[in-house]
Ligand binder design. Structure first.
Ligand SMILES: [Zn+2]
Length: 435
């Protein structure tokens, strides 16, 4: 009964929405007729897109350095946008402008001190602001979707990294599994990246093959992050996830803990994660387990004090738990190696990596499931694999046999803060679904 009531309400809402949409179209149309479109000749659309703002209306702004898009106050100021092409260097890009060699290298050196220009990627955007004397007064490099690097060339070269203002939007969805959590998620337009996070989140408590049956219902809220003046967006965290299986409802809420970790808790304030992952890698098979074995390189019988996971080079390796990077670097036979300290008792180590994720260095905080490096075959290794160790009270233990302590349980003020938080997340989620 309630279903048909909902259905009717839904149909009615859709109808109202459509009506509203029609009215808006009419209004927009009549508005458009009042706007005169200036005949701006299309600039050459190669890699160079030049916009001349001199004949555009003045937009009020008191700081022209604040935002390149607002930089329309000065007469004859121009903006040239360069989209980096394959094999194009920053130096060759600068050759499009009237810099002498000395200035050119000064700019390159100054930027390199903050950002390695060899990391420029194809399709990365670089904006040159040019003054009325045809001198470049500012170079803006878009580092990622919400960070710009600005080189102010007006007197001395000044380089700053600017975080752009972002705003986020919560998307909520509900779907029924007829095939799989992932496939049906994709069919419901949930981004791949979010579904992977969702699977990781559920994997602590769910055995996907056994537990998920036809008509299992999934509910999810996740964050989309936007930057002003840009149409692309980044995906943030899952805010809320719920799955109803046979006799059990799993419900997770995102929460920023007092010690600064983003984590997920149920309504009782119990962390849904196990403290340390037994398998910090996706889709790999165990190629050598913990215990006595003949060492493949030395030939001696030796205790193998970790678990090996065979996986192709470049496969992402996840942090086994929340913690702080204690060591990162080449470590003898381990090759490229990372060790994370989780608490006073537990550490995990990752060996034979091909590379580390950018930003992973000693003292950096990592969250469970976050990529820290990539599978390789460095050090004493016969082929691409991850050698994974769990270290308990400074002794290497068998990850697969370890009885892991369960995650954190919130108490006191932190629990009170969580409860306030989760009620808001839930209200938002329901509001998004049924508004
Ligand atoms: Zn090993």
């Amino acid at each position: 009964m309630s279903f048909s009531f909902k259905k009717t309400t839904l149909l009615f809402s859709i109808f109202c929405g459509f009506l509203f949409f029609l009215i808006n179209i009419f209004e927009l149309n009549s508005n458009y007729k009042n706007i005169k479109t200036p005949n701006s000749p299309k600039s050459q659309q190669n890699t160079l897109i030049t916009k001349d703002f001199s004949n555009k209306p003045q937009i009020e702004t008191d700081d022209s350095t604040e935002n390149s898009f607002k930089n329309v106050k000065k007469p004859k100021s121009k903006e040239t946008i360069i989209i980096v092409k394959k094999d194009q260097t920053f130096s060759s890009i600068l050759d499009n402008f009237n810099f002498d060699n000395k200035k050119k290298f000064a700019i390159i050196n100054a930027i390199n001190a903050i950002y390695d220009l060899r990391e420029l990627k194809v399709n990365q955007k670089i904006i040159f602001l040019i003054d009325k004397n045809e001198n470049v007064e500012k170079i803006i490099i878009e580092l990622n979707f919400n960070t710009n690097l600005e080189a102010d060339l007006r007197s001395d070269i000044k380089i700053v990294k600017k975080e752009l203002e972002t705003f986020s939007e919560i998307n909520s969805q509900e779907y029924v599994i007829s095939n799989s959590l992932y496939a049906d998620g994709i069919n419901n337009n949930i981004p791949n990246q979010i579904l992977i996070k969702l699977i990781q989140l559920f994997s602590f408590d769910l055995d996907f093959q056994r537990d998920i049956q036809k008509d299992t219902k999934v509910s999810i809220s996740y964050e989309k992050i936007f930057v002003k003046n840009k149409s692309d967006y980044a995906l943030g965290d899952i805010e809320y996830a719920k799955i109803i299986i046979k006799n059990n409802t799993l419900e997770y809420f995102k929460f920023l803990t007092d010690d600064g970790f983003v984590d997920y808790f149920n309504r009782q304030g119990k962390n849904v994660k196990k403290s340390i992952l037994k398998t910090p890698i996706d889709g790999a098979r165990i190629s050598s387990s913990f215990g006595m074995r003949k060492h493949p390189i030395s030939g001696f019988n030796k205790m193998h004090k970790g678990v090996d996971f065979a996986a192709p080079i470049g496969t992402p390796v996840y942090a086994g738990g929340n913690g702080v990077i204690e060591m990162v670097g080449v470590n003898g036979g381990y090759g490229k190696y990372i060790r994370i300290r989780h608490n006073n008792e537990y550490k995990t180590a990752y060996a034979h990596l091909s590379s580390y994720r950018k930003g992973i260095s000693k003292g950096v905080r990592v969250n469970q499931g976050e990529v820290i490096g990539y599978v390789g075959s460095t050090g004493r290794s016969t082929g691409p694999h991850l050698h994974y160790e769990i270290i308990y009270q400074n002794k290497k233990v068998n990850p697969l046999k370890l009885k892991l302590p369960s995650g954190k349980i919130l108490t006191g003020d932190e629990l009170a803060r969580f409860e306030k938080n989760y009620k808001m997340i839930l209200a938002n989620h329901l509001n998004n679904l049924f508004e």
